[in-house]
Ligand binder design. Structure first.
Ligand code: EAX
Length: 337
């Protein structure tokens, strides 16, 4: 009996040793990673919006640069989560991997990001690029770390413009009392209140039906959002106010980020920045053409907007929030040439 037991123990021992050896053989060779993943990239915008065109480019480059080990599937039109806030929550939980969206609800997760929402903070695209691609932008992305979100780069939504169904608006005076939707963003809300309009915060998904049913008169968004969501079907006047620049942080779930080998993290970080330049150019180059096309469909584009009047009208909101965010930080952005 003892003999049988001893033989059995020996056998078990041999199996364990063999098992360990097998594990060793399966481990990746030194310096060569075997990490594989399929990731989901989403936004609230349609497949033709520059967010998703950037997403497609990112997916293509990542597949190429990881020799097909990492593939990224695109989910436009809020297919994975109802709104931008819900997308960010899903990223924290790790049920969505990558997200591109405006700063609207990001401030609820990482308050420092709201500084970019100050009206008339950025002069033009060149100013935007210098600030967001420099140390100020990097610090804003790094602040996301604390919320379980890894910000890789600033892609863009673009300069936002006021649109409505009632009247050709050039000045705040002409927009007085207009009921408009803003994002769920307290800085935008304060800016439009200061200018004498009647703003109400609303999630993206409720916006088109609210415009269609005339629950509200207008909204504000960049050209690409307006055209790809076909807002020209429910809005008549497009005023080129450019009242605020809307950056779009490209964010990966911190859980997924930490599960990736360092070499792949480096590929992701580098590629996200490269696509930022591609995606911003694509967005900016398409704006004028897109406006012309929509004019052909009957949209009235108000080009001679009185910008100085808008800057002046929104100044109280700018001052109030500049104080909250830190005047030195705001001045540092304004000083970038
Ligand atoms: O991120 O909600 C909005 O108006 C945003 O511009 C849109 O969701 C893109």
């Amino acid at each position: 009996m003892k003999k049988v037991l001893a033989i059995m123990l020996l056998l078990v021992f041999m199996v364990v040793i063999a098992g360990c050896g097998g594990d060793k053989k399966a481990a990746p060779a030194e310096g060569k990673t075997e990490f594989k993943a399929t990731m989901k990239l989403t936004s609230t915008q349609s497949a033709t919006h520059p967010y998703m065109l950037g997403g497609a480019k990112f997916a293509e480059l990542i597949k190429e640069r990881t020799n097909g080990r990492i593939t990224i599937t695109l989910y436009p039109d809020s297919q994975l989560a109802k709104g931008e806030r819900e997308c960010l929550e899903a990223l924290q939980q790790g049920t969505i991997d990558i997200y591109v969206g405006s700063t609207g609800p990001v401030g609820g997760f990482s308050p420092s990001m709201l500084i970019t929402d100050l009206p008339f903070l950025f002069r033009d695209g060149a100013h935007v690029d210098k600030v967001l691609d420099g140390p100020i932008g990097r610090a804003l992305l790094d602040d996301l770390d604390k919320s379980g979100l890894k910000g890789l780069a600033f892609w863009e939504n673009g300069f936002r413009h006021l649109t409505n169904s009632k009247t050709a608006v050039k000045t705040p005076e002409e927009g007085k009392g207009l009921k408009i939707r803003t994002m769920e963003n307290k800085v935008h809300l304060a800016a439009f209140k200061a200018a004498g309009l009647n703003p109400t915060p609303m999630a993206w998904g409720e916006l088109y039906p609210a415009l269609q049913q005339k629950v509200i008169d207008g909204q504000e968004n960049p050209v690409a959002v307006f055209s790809s969501a076909k807002f020209y079907e429910v809005q008549k006047y497009f005023s080129l106010t450019g009242h605020v620049y809307s950056p779009a942080p490209m964010i990966i779930s911190m859980k997924k980020w930490q599960a990736m080998p360092k070499a792949d993290q480096e590929i992701f970080a580098k590629t996200a920045l490269e696509v930022a330049a591609y995606q911003r150019k694509l967005n900016r180059d398409s704006e004028e053409k897109s406006l012309k096309e929509m004019e052909g469909k009957g949209l009235v584009v108000v080009r001679d907007v009185n910008k100085d009047a808008w800057i002046k009208a929104m100044q109280p909101a700018f001052d109030e929030y500049a104080k909250q965010f830190g005047k030195d930080k705001v001045d540092a952005i304004l000083a970038v040439k």
